[in-house]
Design a binder for this molecule. Structure first.
Ligand SMILES: Cc1cc2nc3c(=O)[nH]c(=O)nc-3n(C[C@H](O)[C@H](O)[C@H](O)COP(=O)(O)O)c2cc1C
Length: 188
């Protein structure tokens, strides 16, 4: 099992990152191979909508994104962790999502299907408040990503009411949930 893990929080050792670590450690324990990227450590130019990829399927920017697209194509599953920022993902992670546009261009405009995977997309998200619609923005975008990548959107782990960095650490029921999700990925 090859899993690409993308850590979307700008904050090191925060709540969503810990959630991701619980999932990836379980995957590794089961013998899976995890490739992990932290968006805060990457050089990701925001999409400028130039339309170049509409014609070529390739982005004009040569930064850290293209190698990750290769890893996506080679992975069975994708796990993305993120905090809620103003009811969406942080801008660094959104910049990465927008840079998936060349894959859309390949599929929809150039009719050159890239290597579609049939694995799962697992979203792990944390937010400080407890409103019913707290994760709606994130999930809408991520459903779009799963459809683009040909992956099945798995039931996400969404944790409300966590704010201070690492406060999730002592929440053993959440840790168990993360470990169960890793097992689900393995059986997918
Ligand atoms: C810029 C910014 C915007 C935020 N917006 C929201 C929000 O809209 N709703 C919410 O419940 N929490 C919001 N939060 C709180 C974070 O979602 C919360 O602290 C989360 O657990 C952080 O996860 P992390 O430790 O993985 O970064 C925001 C935090 C920041 C810094």
């Amino acid at each position: 099992m090859k899993v690409l893990a993308i850590e979307g929080s700008p904050r090191q050792d925060g709540n969503s990152s810990l959630l991701l670590r619980w999932v990836t450690e379980s995957i590794s324990d089961m013998g899976g191979k995890v490739t992990r990227y932290c968006v805060r450590d990457l050089h990701i130019e925001p999409c400028i909508g130039c339309g170049e990829c509409d014609a070529t399927g390739v982005c004009v920017f040569e930064d850290d994104v293209a190698p990750i697209l290769d890893v996506i194509a080679d992975s069975d599953h994708l796990v993305i962790s993120t905090p809620v920022y103003f009811y969406h993902v942080p801008s660094q992670l959104k910049a990465f999502v927008d840079r998936l546009q060349p894959l859309w261009a390949m599929e929809a405009l150039l009719k050159k299907p890239w290597r579609r995977k049939r694995g799962g997309l697992l979203i792990l998200a944390t937010g400080a408040t407890k409103g019913e619609r707290l994760f709606e923005g994130i999930l809408l975008t991520m459903r779009c990503v799963s459809s683009l990548l040909g992956m099945t959107m798995m039931e996400p782990i969404l944790v409300k009411g966590v704010d201070a960095p690492g406060v999730i650490e002592g929440m053993n029921h959440i840790k168990e949930m993360a470990q169960e999700k890793a097992k689900e990925l393995a059986c997918f």
